[in-house]
Design a protein. Sequence first.
Lengths: 277, 277
Amino acid sequence: MLDSGAPHPPVSDQDMSSTPASATDAAPATSGAGSPTPAFSPLYQQIKGLILHSLQHGEWKPGEAIPSEIELAARFRVSQGTVRKAIDELAAENLVTRRQGKGTFVSTHAERQVQYRFLKLIPDAGDARTEGPAQRTILECRRVRASADVARALALRAGDPVVQARRVLAFAGVPTILEDIWLPGQAFRGLTAEQMAGYQGPTYAMFELDFGVRMVRAEEKLRAVLPDAAQAEGLGVPPGTPLLSVERLAYTYNDVPMELRRGLYRTDTHHYHNELS
Amino acid sequence: MLDSGAPHPPVSDQDMSSTPASATDAAPATSGAGSPTPAFSPLYQQIKGLILHSLQHGEWKPGEAIPSEIELAARFRVSQGTVRKAIDELAAENLVTRRQGKGTFVSTHAERQVQYRFLKLIPDAGDARTEGPAQRTILECRRVRASADVARALALRAGDPVVQARRVLAFAGVPTILEDIWLPGQAFRGLTAEQMAGYQGPTYAMFELDFGVRMVRAEEKLRAVLPDAAQAEGLGVPPGTPLLSVERLAYTYNDVPMELRRGLYRTDTHHYHNELS
DNA sequence: CAGTGGTCTAGACCACACT
DNA sequence: GTGTGGTCTAGACCACTGC
């Protein structure tokens, strides 16, 4: 549907003024099935949508190169500049990574560079790299039925199967993060505690490899809280120690929520870092 | 210095290949005074630098329109496309705002739209707009000498004069934020408590108007803490209530730090919201 | 060396906002 | 209508990577 036969006219250049534009069918996707607003959509946005479609249908896997700009321009019958602008936006959204001289690559959480793309907790002294990777302890991993609030967050129905995991992350031997993770049971059928513990590298990279689920963006809600007795024990802190509560909703393509996390962060040795602009 | 006589050659188009490039003086700013790396700098980056220079020297004031792309292209002797790319980056950094059909405007904190650009605290229920603007209570505003840590943050020397203010922000009548603000005494000479209390709208807008200081970006460090007795009283919460500690360093152009804030946020009715990608 | 992304130009036309 | 930013094209050349 999206391949050879490009869904838009080859853009009869130059003399557009004389032809009354392609008011025929197969309009450039700008008509939203009789939507009230004409909703003008630039060509490069449509191209972006087509690339996105290929991305989410796995035409290219994480870490792989997508076709060159020239190839894509030929496939979609548009100029290289238009493809470039489409890819520019995808790159700005971190869906794709450009590397001069080499190509454009599907983003992945398995890259060396930034170990934990979504983790904003930084050690007060030193660097995230100096303290090395986190030590994971899986306390629990089982299939349960979604509670009302978990279901709402993940766009499921209460009672639907979900995978729930609880774990502790330690840095330099110090337990620092205690978190619960909920995943849709459908997409994560067969996830085991061993899998969560055994994989080297970011958990999100394991999700990509083993389940084909790519987390693309996330939203977090932060609060200061006091832990209950069990939580304090899990982190090895005295009860009464204030902790940073971080609720994260992570999304795949098309804003589909695929993971809910509720974490408690120690902030006596680390802090949550954020950039505003 | 930056005006009529553009500091780069008019780009002798097409036949660049024959001429061995302008190896003369007045090089296109790409030579960093004998830097080890040739450090190639694209033209649009240089244009961006020139526009930035005009911006920080007040050639155009916040809220005003900068010259049109065509005008700037003529001034700098480059194509409109090159100016466009320069402005694109400035817009991406929120230094400038594009409005189709109208022009490109210098960003300001005084705009209607987003009341508090840097404040990420959101009411749990409803919208930031539903609860209206914050009620400010200035507890203190005086000139003091910078302590060691304040001086380090603001790139001053310990003992240098700074303005220190303490205030409470209330939403819907409920005190929610207690914060201390430190500003370089130099740039904020004459700032009074009345001024901080009386101005309608964001404090950063007042900084622009009255002191010509434009905050362009900021970094925050978040922690969960317990307030001391005075702090708890200031917010009207029981002692032992965990609070979100937010330390913010705000910068003007060129990464010059101009404000340090240490805030305590109540997170029982609000939460700190963050987007990751 | 060829191939890739990155820069730059020049020109045409479109969508939007004023007047 | 005029002027602004926004889109699209076509072609040339540059910088980087790897064969």
